[in-house]
Ligand binder design. Structure first.
Ligand SMILES: *Cc1c(COP(=O)(O)O)cnc(C)c1O
Length: 381
């Protein structure tokens, strides 16, 4: 099955009891048993829910994996991955990763003796040098947030495999339509389904996708034992969003390309961060591992002043000033004060995340209107 068919059909069958073509929302906490232990595969809804199961099967197919395990949020999914580690273990993670992921490692797991090391990963050899005996997990986020660097998944996973280190790729920014890390050697793929998979900014959900039964069993165990499960209506909303994933991402990529070109030509704009540009430092890697360059564009201002950025941030009408990304509607954000507020300024500056940096999540609106919206916000400068 090709991707555009999988989003609609993989794991999705009409409901056998009614013929309902859409997966029903099984809003139940428990299931009747005929006799002790004699049931239909469902006992208690933290452990199994039919709506969630369909979503997990669908996600496994989209990522070319075998098992999907869903959680109540992207960070709950990450929490499950970190719970497989032991005190004394180290995580090597991408330096400009999602602020909440950084916070989970440094503020929650650090005190249990699980340490994070944050390094730029665009040079795989440099990553190899940072590996120690304690390194048990390599955490890759690509494209990175918000600098939109691209990390060579295949090369890093190869290095990790030689040293028997697990790799997890946070595939939230790309979505499985643009990149499938399990095919490139990753052990675990993680999603904040809140973003592109859901696509309509109306639900929080997370997922892990793996290929091996060994990893899947660990994650099903944690899913049930820790209990950060999504509700059935949330699973339904993600399933519904996924049906148009390919169409939405295609349009977002096309719009983002137009907008990136517009920004480069603007006299007040400093740097534009967009992996689709030939002069982007990781453009060749992006071309190799992604089907297109994504719907995210970041840029800063020549004067690098927060007040310049603020004027633009407060004066767009279509681009809504909000955290999050990957929805049908375009969003504008200020990483230094919003999504990356929990990262110390010194850490931010190391990766080039300036105070004037603006991040756009380009939606699927008509691109002419989006450019006009930016144009009018810029006219106040
Ligand atoms: C939003 C996000 C997360 C966290 O997901 P939630 O669903 O908000 O918990 C993790 N990684 C990336 C890249 C994200 O954008």
């Amino acid at each position: 099955m090709k991707f555009g068919t999988k989003v609609i059909h993989a794991g999705i069958e009409p409901d056998p009891s009614t013929g309902a073509i859409m997966t029903p929302i099984f809003q139940t906490s428990t299931y009747v048993q005929n006799a002790p232990g004699d049931h239909k595969g469902f006992e208690y809804a933290r452990t199994q829910n039919p709506t969630r199961k369909v979503l997990e099967t669908n996600l496994a197919a989209l990522e070319n994996g075998k098992y999907g395990i869903c959680f109540s949020s992207g960070l709950a999914a990450m929490d499950a991955v970190l719970k497989t580690l032991n005190p004394g273990d180290e995580i090597l993670a991408t330096s400009d990763l999602y602020g909440g992921s950084y916070r989970l490692i440094t503020k929650v797991y650090d005190k249990f003796g699980i340490k994070g090391k944050f390094i730029p990963m665009d040079n795989p050899e440099a990553v190899a040098k940072k590996i120690t005996k304690k390194t048990k997990l390599i955490w890759i986020e690509t494209p990175t947030n918000p600098m939109l660097n691209i990390i060579d998944i295949k090369r890093i996973c190869k290095i990790a495999k030689q040293k028997k280190i697990l790799t997890c790729v946070d595939n939230t920014f790309a979505s499985p339509y643009l990149q499938t890390p399990l095919d490139l050697g990753a052990d675990i793929v993680l999603h904040s389904a809140t973003k592109y998979l859901g696509g309509h900014s109306d639900v929080i959900l997370g997922a892990i996708i793996v290929k091996t039964k060994k990893l899947a069993d660990q994650f099903y165990f944690i899913q049930n034992a820790s209990g950060a499960v999504p509700g059935p209506q949330d699973c339904f909303l993600i399933l519904r969003g996924i049906k148009t994933l390919h169409l939405r991402v295609q349009r977002a990529c096309k719009n983002a390309k137009h907008i990136a070109k517009y920004l480069v030509a603007h006299p007040k704009v400093g740097k534009v961060f967009y992996p689709g540009f030939k002069d982007h430092p990781n453009h060749e890697v992006a071309k190799k591992q992604m089907n297109d360059f994504g719907g995210m564009v970041s840029f800063d201002f020549k004067d690098d002043s927060f007040s310049t950025a603020k004027k633009v941030l407060s004066n767009t009408r279509l681009f809504a000033l909000a955290e999050s990304l990957g929805g049908v509607e375009s969003l504008i954000g200020h990483p230094a004060s919003m999504t990356h507020g929990s990262i110390p300024k010194a850490e931010r500056m190391k990766v080039g995340l300036k105070d004037s940096l603006i991040r756009l999540s380009v939606g699927v609106e008509d691109v002419d209107d989006l450019i006009q919206d930016l144009e009018s916000a810029f006219s106040n400068l």
